[in-house]
Every structure is written in C-alpha cells, then in structure tokens.
Design a protein around this ligand. Structure first.
Ligand code: NAD
Length: 360
C-alpha cells in the first residue's frame, strides 16, 4: 500500500495503529504536528463503515486540530484518536484502559480528550492509565467538559458573521438552523435562545428535538432537511462533511457558522460557498473554545476568567478573517488555512534550525 504518497497523509508526523484483542480495542492515533507543542486533540468513538473511513477521519481530524490550535494561539500541536466501534455497545472499562495504555506509550507526544462518542466520565477511566489526558471533571476550574466553551465560542462567531454578512449588531430576531442537538448544539441553542434568536432544529435523536421544542420553542424539521432551511445562519453541530458540491447549491442561509469539525467535505467547498455569497466561519476557528479550555486545564497556565477571555477573542479573530476575505476576494477557508500553515511552518523551521554554535 502506497502509504506515504497518499495526499491525506502528506504532512502528518506519525500514525499509530493500536490493537488489543482482549480488550476489544482497535484504534488509530494520528499525530499531525508537534511543531508547536504536544499534539492535543480528542478521541472519537464511532462505528466506522470501514478501516479506511476511520483512517481518513483520523488524518483529517488531526490536521484540523493542528490548524485549530495554531489559529487559537495555543502552545500545542495537533493530533486525534479514533476508536473503531459503537460507543453504545462496544465501550467497556477494559477498552478505555487499553486505550489509556496506548496513549501512555506515546510518551506525551499525544494528549487525548473527549470527542463524539466519548464522555468526560470515559476520560476519567482513561486517566487511570495515562497522565496524557485532559478534559477531566473537577481537575481544574478552567477545564472539564469542553462543550460549554465550544458553544460560547460558536455564539461569538455567529455574532461576528451576522455583523459582517447581515449588518446585524445583535442576535435578537435572527433565525438560526442548528443541525445536531448534542453537547455543543444544545448548549448553543440555549445561548441563542437567551439572545432572542429564533431556532430551527434537527437531530436524529427525537428526544433531543422534543427537548429543544419544549425548552426553546424551536421549530423542528427532518434531519435531511435542516441544511436547506431559509434562515439567516446555518450552524452545523453534528458530524462533519455535510457541506459538499451536492448540498451547497441547495443552501438558503446567508451564513454558515457552527461547531462541527470538518464541515467542508473537500477543500473546494470553501470557495464554493464563497461563490454563492455565503459567509463561512472556518470550523476550526469558530469551534476552538473547547480546546482553549482543555489546553488550559492540561498546562495549568490560565484561570477561568482568562479562558473565557480567550474564547471571546474568537469573535475578533473571525472578524479579521472576514475582513481579509472581503478585501482579497478569497474564500474564508483559504485565508484561515494559509495563516495556520504559516504558523506551523514557521514553528517547524525553528525546530529544524541547527543548534547554535559554541562560542567558547
Ligand atoms: P455529540 O455526540 O454530543 O452531539 C452530536 C449530535 O448530533 C447528537 O445529538 C446526534 O444525535 C446528532 N446527529 C448525528 N447525526 C446527525 C444528523 N445527520 N442530523 C442531525 N443530527 C445528527 O457531539 P458534540 O460534542 O456536540 O460535537 C458535535 C460536533 O462538534 C462534532 O463534529 C465535534 O467534533 C465538534 N466539536 C465538539 C467540541 C466539544 O467541545 N464537544 C469541540 C469542538 C468541536
């Protein structure tokens, strides 16, 4: 298999395949870059249709973490773990322990946390087997469950986008379609509801939809229709890959700004959105609130107020990307990618610099 010539594995540092048959564990840990610091990124557990699909997800997500961490100004690199399996039926104490041991063997080059299919409680189980883990309950005032910070960061991003694309100074009366009412999406709905926004929602879990209707007066639509609602803002907060050559021509929102990772199916989809006049908030910039919090928890370098201030700064960072996109005519995704790549390249160049010569 021509591993090194695969474009998706073009610039990763390493990929580790983990098997522990006794524990039922099959996992992939992709380290995209440690140029800025240890590679940090969550662990996803998902019933992938194939090993290739799991590898592709790990490679894309880990690169996204490098870009996210670089753009958030964090002293960490990017990595991601995926566990192949259904979190509802395949997760066990033994599996989480085996995963923890696998993370530990990487010696701190990769630091794990929760992601889709993995809870804060699961991370506590992992933490009994490695110290290279963050997002733990009660570990640090700034840390724990990252989703409240992610949701708040997305709210700030929506504010920046609404100002830029719609000339709206506040969110009251804005209509937002939220796809996915999980840890991030549901909290985002609460924040938007408190700001007076109107909500259109969908989730494959009908219980979550009913809760959002009861609590926020949200209008429910079918999961396969949520992307195509006539709304001001579309906020994808489920799994990635929903924005593609097939879906983008049918979008009716003016802004796409949500918490999901890897919203664009391919790199061509950012420019495709721009050509349709839809303002896209690059996913890894708008959803950085959670990693800002768990990074602070791991490094112990910021208090809670400082973490919230960094989350708030997502609004200014996006405003600047939108300004540069408007000035240059380039897609927002391209502007963000180029800036993240420059930050990482410069850090790699510093790492690769020859040691200073002895002067004496
Ligand atoms: P979650 O598992 O708690 O929620 C996902 C929700 O999406 C679930 O309610 C699920 O039923 C729903 N869903 C799945 N497929 C759907 C579909 N086709 N249509 C509608 N709903 C669907 O996960 P989460 O932690 O809320 O994360 C959501 C997204 O945000 C993911 O892409 C994740 O990688 C990203 N993200 C999360 C965080 C965080 O702090 N949790 C941080 C950054 C990015």
């Amino acid at each position: 298999m021509a591993v090194f010539s695969q474009t998706s594995y073009a610039d990763h540092e390493s990929v580790t395949f983990v098997r522990d048959p006794a524990a039922g564990l099959r996992a992939i840990v992709a380290i995209h870059s440690t140029a800025l610091g240890p590679a940090m990124g969550g662990c996803r557990m998902y019933a992938y249709p194939s090993d290739d699909a799991a590898l592709a997800d790990a490679l894309r997500l880990s690169r996204g973490m490098s870009y996210k961490n670089a753009m958030a100004g964090l002293p960490i690199g990017g990595g991601k773990a995926v566990i192949l399996g259904d979190p509802r039926s395949d997760k066990s104490e033994a599996l989480l322990a085996a995963f923890g041991r696998a993370v530990d063997r990487l010696g701190g080059r990769y630091v794990t946390a929760e992601d889709v299919g993995i809870t804060v409680a699961d991370m506590s189980a992992v933490a009994r087997h490695t110290r290279y883990v963050t997002g733990l309950p009660g570990a640090h005032a700034a840390g724990g469950d990252p989703s409240p910070k992610t949701a708040r960061g997305v709210l700030h991003g929506i504010r920046a986008a609404a100002r830029c694309a719609l000339g709206r100074g506040d969110l009251a009366g804005l209509t937002v379609a939220v796809q996915g009412l999980g840890a991030v999406g549901y909290k985002l709905c609460r924040e938007l509801h408190e700001q007076g926004a109107r909500l259109v929602v969908a989730d494959v879990n009908p219980l979550q939809v009913q809760r959002a209707r009861d609590e926020f007066g949200a209008t429910a639509v079918a999961a396969d229709e949520i992307l195509f609602q006539e709304v001001d803002v579309l906020a994808p907060c489920a799994l990635g890959g929903g924005l593609s050559e097939h879906s983008i021509p049918r979008l009716r929102a003016r802004v796409v700004a949500g918490g999901a990772n890897n919203q664009l199916l391919t790199e061509a989809d950012g420019p495709r959105l721009a050509r349709r006049g839809i303002l896209y908030a690059p996913d890894y910039v708008i959803n950085a609130g959670g990693i800002i919090a768990v990074c602070a928890e791991y490094l112990g370098d910021l208090n809670e107020a400082q973490v919230w201030a960094k989350v708030t700064a997502i609004e200014d960072r996006l405003t600047e990307i939108f300004r540069r996109a408007a000035a240059s005519g380039e897609a927002t995704s391209r502007i963000a990618d180029a800036e993240a790549e420059t930050i990482i390249r410069n850090a790699r160049a510093r790492d690769a610099a020859p040691p200073l010569a002895r002067t004496a």
